[in-house]
Design a protein around this ligand. Structure first.
Ligand code: GLN
Length: 190
């Protein structure tokens, strides 16, 4: 099964490696044609303002929205989560977004680059804790009624799901533990 990784900016290589490790075939996505060839899509971390602008410039913003609305599984991490959020609170906006998921996020609210940290998370349906890296991560301030919280850190949601949409405020792709990618890949298969 082919899983695309949006390859406009951010940690594309790490996600591709994690997806390959999870049994999928990772495909870098830069165009609409690329997008039409995959069964699912990962939006990597990076800088959400920049990725949003590039999504529009490359003519991908609307096509990704349309595919996701018609059921394509989408997994956004960190900046990817910000792009998926319907609402952004706080001073830093990212106007060009997909706005698919009923969550409100605040950018960089776990602190600056120097405040980056790792945490062991209890994730629903995983047997053992998952080590997650938080790097200038967004805080999820609100989740809508149709959003499931799959993991929390210090009482705040950090992994959320709404139907075919999965979003993490952390980076699951840089720790060498591919279980979250496996979970995503199995949701694509199912
Ligand atoms: N701070 C970035 C943003 O607000 C996200 C950081 C990340 O993806 N690691 O867009």
């Amino acid at each position: 099964m082919k899983v695309g990784v949006l390859a406009l900016q951010g940690d594309v290589r790490e996600h591709s490696r994690a997806l390959d490790g999870a049994g999928a075939t990772a495909v870098p996505i830069k165009t609409r044609v690329d997008l039409s060839s995959v069964d699912a899509l990962v939006l990597p971390g990076g800088e959400s303002t920049t990725i949003g602008k590039l999504l529009e410039r490359f003519g991908l913003l609307q096509p990704v929205v349309e595919r996701a609305r018609s059921g394509m599984p989408l997994f956004g991490t960190c900046a990817g989560m910000i792009l998926m959020a319907k609402e952004i609170t706080g001073p830093e906006l990212a106007p060009l977004r997909l706005k698919l998921m009923d969550i409100s996020v605040k950018r960089n609210a776990y602190g600056r680059q120097v405040d980056s940290f790792e945490a062991d998370l209890d994730v629903e349906s995983l047997d053992a804790p998952l080590t997650a890296a938080f790097i200038r991560a967004p805080v999820v301030e609100r989740v809508g009624a149709c959003v499931e919280v799959l993991a929390r850190w210090e009482d705040r949601p950090v992994l959320v799901r709404q139907g075919n949409l999965l979003a993490a405020s952390f980076h699951p792709e840089i720790t060498g533990d591919h279980r979250l990618h496996e979970l995503f890949v199995s949701s694509v298969e199912g």
